[in-house]
Design a protein around this ligand. Structure first.
Ligand code: PXP
Length: 253
């Protein structure tokens, strides 16, 4: 099968984490977004959390006005975040679960049991022309509910795969990702993936042909300390492209 172009969304949350460690303006996540654009990113992703621990309202405002790449706003399904999304009109909104004390997004959304809560958010965002994505674990029941609720996109949580030790556990986690990506295609859902991806784990995920976008943040910002953000993103981009080409696709946007 000729696989599709694989987009890279660069998540700049942790540039803001470093900035916030001291307050002030440095390092600037908007500058990171510009660097990402120059290094081959296809989109910018930012998570405005309820506690504003990294990205701020002002960052979302500037990213919306100053960056040419499409903005993917990660957000919890709350009234406050919906109002912010409708005010800025990002290209896409990815609904994620949010627990106040978690260090990062721990698991996917439970679309099956949260269906009635999530449905009006999916509708309001979609009606405003924002492409709605649901961050889910690679689980067919969740994908079925995502399709039924009217989401355009699912983003598969790759954290379990990335954290699994090499061997049977990792292979099983990979099989769940591949099966979920195939199920998304059957259900007519655009399939993205992300969380915890590194230079080492990206190749296998990039080779899954029905995934069309990867969102990667923490590793790239960490790697930027050693090699620079531009170089880290270019290397990630090259690994994605090589893996996809070897899996049978051509790079054509
Ligand atoms: N996708 C979603 C929905 C996320 O919540 C995150 C983390 O903010 C990512 C992708 C990126 O994960 P990481 O920072 O581990 O690359």
């Amino acid at each position: 099968m000729m696989s599709r172009y694989l987009r890279l969304g660069v998540n700049i949350d942790h540039v803001a984490t470093i900035r916030n460690a001291r307050g002030g303006r440095h390092p600037d996540p908007v500058r990171a977004a510009r660097t990402a654009a120059g290094a081959g990113a296809d989109g910018i992703t930012a998570h405005l959390r309820e506690d504003r621990r990294h990205i701020s309202d002002g960052d979302i405002d500037r990213l919306s006005r100053e960056i040419d790449l499409p903005l993917n706003l990660e957000m919890a399904a709350t009234g406050e975040m919906l109002a912010i999304a409708l005010r800025h009109g990002p290209h896409a909104a990815c609904l994620v679960p949010e627990k106040r004390k978690e260090v990062t997004t721990e698991g996917g959304l439970d679309v099956v049991s949260g269906f009635d809560h999530l449905a009006p958010y999916v509708k309001s965002l979609g009606d405003a022309g924002i492409r709605v994505s649901l961050f889910v674990d690679p689980d067919e029941a969740q994908l079925g509910a995502a399709s039924e609720i009217g989401a355009a996109v699912v983003e598969l949580h790759t954290g379990v795969y990335c954290d699994a030790p090499a061997g049977a556990e990792r292979e099983a986690a990979f099989e769940r990702l591949a099966a979920a990506a195939a199920a998304a295609e059957r259900l007519g859902l655009e399939c993205h993936a992300g969380h915890g991806l590194t230079f080492e784990s990206v190749a296998a995920v990039a080779a899954i042909p029905t995934i069309v976008e990867l969102n990667i943040g923490h590793f790239l910002v960490g790697e930027a300390i050693f090699s620079g953000l531009d170089s880290a993103i270019k290397r990630m981009r090259a690994l994605m492209d090589r893996s996809r080409a070897e899996a049978g696709g051509a790079r054509s946007a």
